[in-house]
Design a protein around this ligand. Structure first.
Ligand SMILES: NC(=O)c1ccc[n+]([C@@H]2O[C@H](COP(=O)([O-])OP(=O)(O)OC[C@H]3O[C@@H](n4cnc5c(N)ncnc54)[C@H](OP(=O)(O)O)[C@@H]3O)[C@@H](O)[C@H]2O)c1
Length: 232
């Protein structure tokens, strides 16, 4: 049976690139997108080249959507090998922390922090059925407490909190065969990263895919960039 993976925010950017790379490696990939049509459109070319990709509607900021998506996936596979929590939003990069409104904080935390936690909770029964599960939370060095400055306050705070979600999940799953890590993809040319970013999609996805496929299973509870553990 092929390995399986679910990637959130899979209709464009890094998420779609991870779908491409994992499907090339023979995975049955669930490309989760908050709008089904956008997901279906994004994977047309991959399917034409023989990739096994199923599109799942999943808005990570909506609990009902998360539950429904998990049920849809559970009807199709007996176990899930990999979850990549990739979907995220970026607030205005230059907004001052003093001007960051509660509504912005709530929206960004709901998508970037609470969403990944709830998606992991919903898919845990399927991940536990596989002998060596992997959860990868796509974070950012913007969320690094060591390096934090004034850049994009809501986004940076949400990614610091996502790293805490990684630590909590990794600790709670210790000894249960499921590795949980955070990864920074670097500054990548996507809608979020902009066209002047130095990294290609392929390079940005590299460590995410390595964590999904080849990293040692006992590597867990860490924050990585370019396959190396970096400070929180
Ligand atoms: N690009 C960089 O330089 C960079 C650097 C560090 C970290 N990252 C991280 O890498 C990941 C991917 O970023 P990217 O650059 O590929 O961003 P992107 O091009 O802006 O794509 C973001 C993806 O997330 C989806 N998304 C947003 N809100 C969602 C929701 N509520 N439910 C489901 N999907 C949702 C978007 O879907 P829609 O099309 O429906 O909006 C889109 O598919 C993010 O976690 C980001 O923080 C990126």
């Amino acid at each position: 049976m092929p390995k399986s993976a679910l990637i959130t925010g899979a209709n464009r950017g890094l998420g779609l690139e991870v779908v491409r790379q994992l499907s090339q490696q023979g995975f049955h990939v669930f490309a989760a997108a908050r709008r089904r049509e956008a997901g279906e459109k994004a994977v047309v070319v991959l399917r034409e080249s023989g990739a096994k990709v199923s599109v799942v509607e999943l808005d990570v900021a909506q609990e009902t959507s998360i539950r429904a998506a998990a049920q849809t996936v559970a009807r199709q596979i007996a176990h899930l090998d990999v979850l990549v929590n990739n979907a995220a939003i970026l607030d205005e990069e230059s907004r001052s922390v003093f001007a960051t409104e509660a509504a912005t904080m709530r929206e960004v935390l709901a998508t970037n922090t609470i969403g990944p936690l709830l998606v992991a909770q919903a898919l845990l029964p399927l991940l536990k059925k596989c002998p060596a599960g992997r959860i990868i939370n796509v974070s950012s060095t913007a969320g690094s407490l060591n390096e934090m400055g004034t850049y994009a306050p809501a986004y940076s705070i949400s990614k610091a909190a996502l790293n805490a979600v990684t630590r909590q999940l990794a600790s709670a799953l210790k000894g249960q065969g499921i590795a949980v890590n955070s990864v920074c993809p670097g500054w990548v040319r996507t809608d979020m990263g902009g066209r002047h970013a130095p990294r290609s999609l392929a390079k940005g996805a590299e460590t995410i895919v390595w964590l999904a496929t080849a990293a040692p299973q006992n590597l867990t509870g860490q924050f990585l960039r370019d396959r190396k553990v970096i400070p929180w």
